[in-house]
Design a protein around this ligand. Structure first.
Ligand code: CMP
Length: 140
């Protein structure tokens, strides 16, 4: 399997509860390398642009408001099959469906406030990484 990079976001529900270190430990324990990371405060407009693909969904407004409700940690994770591996470590979108030991099973509060985001495919990973990071910020 090829080495990949994926975009990860530690969401406001998790940064508020001081869970950044515990979540990063899950990534690193799974063999994912954090090759870029920064803590930022998104505006609703910036969150809206990031989640543009969901613009028609009924939860879009709530999602943008939540993502701008506190700091997020945006990061690039690298490793063998990093996109699928990260999704495995995160667990299902709805914490009620997430497998035991996954980030969302342990930490997520609800389907909306679900602690982490991860890219779902190589094409989206490339677009999402470029939304937050320049090439110079990716230090493998
Ligand atoms: P994420 O993986 O970041 O991708 C889109 C996000 O939309 C998802 O995680 C959830 O945070 C949010 N989301 C998905 N479904 C719902 C829902 N039914 N209600 C509220 N938010 C949702």
């Amino acid at each position: 399997m090829a080495t990949e990079r994926t975009l990860s976001i530690i969401k406001p529900d998790a940064t508020k509860r001081n869970l950044t270190g515990k979540i990063n430990a899950k990534f690193e324990d799974a063999g994912l390398r954090i090759v870029a990371q920064k803590r930022i405060q998104l505006t609703e407009a910036q969150a809206g642009k990031f989640y543009e693909v969901h613009a028609e969904r009924p939860f879009y407004g709530e999602l943008c408001e939540f993502m701008a409700s506190g700091p997020v940690v945006v990061q690039v994770l690298e490793g063998e099959g990093a996109i699928a591996k990260n999704r495995e470590v995160m667990g299902a979108t709805n914490p009620a469906d997430a497998a035991a030991g996954t980030i969302r099973a342990e930490f997520a509060e609800s389907v909306g406030e679900n602690s982490v985001h991860g890219s779902d495919a190589p094409e989206t990973a490339a677009v999402e990484i470029a939304y937050f990071f320049s090439g110079l910020e990716l230090v493998g």
